[in-house]
Design a protein around this ligand. Structure first.
Ligand code: NAD
Length: 405
């Protein structure tokens, strides 16, 4: 299987065959502006010293300061960061927000660290990168395994080092540290607004049957939002287990079960299935909300969902995209479907700089408007160019970035 960056570049090659953006522009987008690796020494609780590898990729800032999450994961590596930073560049352009694309992280299994070790690692990441971060330079946010608490620690460290008191360098902070209302559910909610905007065109019923891979910030929030809006969530999964209940899961009870047992497995009344089986369930909507490369050439033929909504970044490979397109299964692409997160992050940055605090209602209204407009424009591009929604989104994003560059 190709790495996520190779997949991202394959998508860039593909869009170049649909619309001519000029070789020079495409060449500029083939490499990040800047790619930084740092070593982070952390004093462990047992007194030993451990060196962790950290990253920041600053891909493109034509539309505004670099923006993008920080991922803590044992498999985090530079090609994944480059891909995520590239997609973030396009995602901000699709949403029409004045931000560029970046991504960062640390190769670490955070579950193996104590609270104190995690704090020292997070502060170390900021110390290693403080020179290249800032409200008008690069504005990181949470991603897999990083939380609002970690953003608070990072904000505190950045303020200590630079004296910057705007708190606009990190988004996804807790409310008391300048966080925006509504950032928690923003990605799932944005995805729901996109789904709603496209539902009829995609031929999905008013009450859809939904299967969701991943039960973290994005997947968990999405599950709750779909249920609150009258849809049925038939399956959910986490890294260790997956469960299916044809007539719908009671999410509140699932959450309690997971909290008590540490797993989704053996939830009363549901069937234990594998993550692979979840992806291949017959349903109206399949939402991958965990990781990259989960729908590939080896399982795309077996997908039975009517539509895929990519809330994770890069879950469908370019090879799988081709198979799904032929099978007439539309894929609502990540750079549209999960752009609600970065959009509310941008709202947070704006509120911090203006010293404002918007209500949740105001945040959600603004988010809805942006998601609906982006969905309409992308649908229009894909229909006019007789191509997939992903390529429609790429065309819209590249037009906006190339115009600015
Ligand atoms: P998270 O760490 O909160 O949750 C990840 C979930 O995936 C967990 O439930 C975990 O158990 C599950 N998981 C891990 N490995 C798995 C596997 N092999 N199979 C099935 N499930 C697995 O992370 P998150 O913030 O919810 O991010 C999930 C995805 O959404 C990522 O691709 C991320 O880049 C993307 N995303 C997140 C945001 C955001 O606002 N957090 C915004 C845009 C995109």
């Amino acid at each position: 299987m190709k790495n996520p960056y190779e997949n991202a570049m394959a998508q860039l090659n593909k869009v170049s065959t649909i619309k001519n953006f000029g070789n020079d522009f495409i060449a500029c987008l083939r490499e990040p502006n800047r790619e930084i690796r740092i070593s982070i020494p952390v004093k462990m609780d047992d007194g030993s010293l451990k060196i962790f590898e950290g990253y920041r990729v600053q891909y493109n800032n034509a539309l505004g300061p670099y923006k993008g999450g920080i991922r803590y994961h044992a498999d985090a590596e530079i090609n994944e960061m480059k891909a995520l930073a590239f997609w973030m560049t396009l995602k901000c352009a699709v949403a029409g927000i004045p931000m560029g694309g970046g991504k960062g992280g640390v190769t670490v299994e955070p579950k193996n660290l104590s609270k104190g070790e995690l704090e020292r690692l997070s502060r170390g990441w900021v110390r290693g990168l403080a020179d290249v971060l800032g409200p008008y330079k690069d504005v990181p946010a949470p991603d897999v395994n990083t939380t609002s608490e970690i953003m608070a620690l990072m904000t505190d460290e950045f303020e200590k080092i630079t004296g910057d008191k705007t708190r606009a360098t990190f988004t996804g902070k807790p409310a008391g540290m300048g966080g925006s209302e509504g950032r928690g559910p923003a990605t799932g909610l944005g995805g729901f607004y996109v789904f709603n905007a496209l539902r009829k065109t995609l031929g999905l019923p008013e009450k859809s049957k939904v299967a969701i891979q991943g039960f973290g910030n994005v997947g968990g929030n999405a599950a709750n939002i779909f249920i609150e809006n009258g849809h049925t969530v038939i399956a959910v999964s986490d890294s260790k287990s997956a469960i299916l209940k044809e007539d719908g899961l009671d999410l509140k009870k699932v959450e309690v079960h997971k909290k008590n047992t540490g797993s989704l497995k053996d939830f009363p009344g549901a069937k234990n299935i594998t993550n692979e089986e979840l992806l291949e369930l017959p349903c109206d909507l399949l939402i991958p909300a965990a990781f990259e490369n989960v729908i590939t050439e080896s399982n795309a033929e077996k997908i039975k969902a009517k539509v895929i909504l990519e809330l994770a970044n890069g879950p469908v490979t370019p090879e799988a995209d081709e198979i799904l397109f032929k099978k007439n299964i539309p894929v609502v692409p990540d750079i549209l479907a999960n752009s609600g997160g970065v959009t509310v992050s941008y709202f947070e940055w704006e509120q911090n700089l203006k010293k404002e605090h918007w209500s949740e209602k105001e945040v959600f209204e603004k988010l809805k408007k942006i998601m609906e407009e982006a969905s309409r424009k992308i649908l229009d591009k894909s229909v006019k160019s007789k191509t997939s929604l992903r390529m429609g989104a790429f065309i819209l994003a590249l037009e906006r970035i190339s115009e600015k560059m």
